[in-house]
Each structure stands twice: as structure tokens, then as C-alpha cells.
Design a protein around this ligand. Sequence first.
Ligand code: MN
Length: 153
Amino acid sequence: MSDENGDQAGLRRFHPDYRWDGVELKVYKEDGRDLFRDVTRQVLFSRADLAGELRYFEVAVGGFTTLERHEHVHAVLILRGRGRALVGDRIVDFETNDLITIPPLTWHQFRAAGDQPMGFLCMVDAVRDKPQLPSPEDVAALRSSAPVDEFLG
Ligand code: MN
């Protein structure tokens, strides 16, 4: 069984720029809606005989991931840097090596903090529902909390 990168087995070396041998870097294209900023993705493990996928996301200084929710859960391990996350109605400050769980149908967004990129591993179901984006009413409800309003900027 080979993975999506065609490798039979074994070692993919880590490089200090948070790249791994043979793993494609996908740069998320911004489209003017400012849904996210300066985010890249690398799929580290994705195989037909594994029910999950492990991805590495990196958020540049000042960047943030999409505010979204979905039925599938995320298990997140911060691998690099620090930042803040919205998880439901809570704002969480996190450091390297912290773990964050995103439950089903919970609004979430990750933002880099400080002067270095923030990177995290994210484990998901291989077969999963599409993320939902917030409606204007959802955003208004989220912003009714002062800390969340400040977080969203
Ligand atoms: Mn998500």
C-alpha cells in the first residue's frame, strides 16, 4: 500500500523549514474575502487503509485560518510558535506542544501570535463533511461576546 505521495514505506526526513521529504506544500490562495491569511498545508499521512489523515498547517506572522465549523472533529498539536484560537465561545492562548481539541459543529479559528510562524499538526477523519462558513447572523452572534469580537479583529 502506498500513500498519496507514492512512497512505499519508511522515512521522510524533516527539514528545519518545516518541510518533509516528498511532501507537497499547498499554499492557500486568498481571494479578497479575507477568510484566511498566509496559510499553507502539507498532508503528512493519507492512505486508503487508514481512517484518518494527518496534516501540517502553517500560519505566517499575522496570519489566521478560516473561521469555520463542521461535523468532523480536529485533534491539533501545536508544533511551532504560539497563538490564540477561538473554540466555540472561548479564546484559548496556546504555546508550542499544547494540544487543542475542536468538537463537532464548533466554530474555530487559529491565529499566529508573536514574531515567528505558527505551525500545527491536525488529525481528521479521512472521510469528512465540508466546512461551513458563518453567515452574517453567525458572525453577529459570535461578536456579541467582547473577547470574541476582539479576537476576530
Ligand atoms: Mn476546521
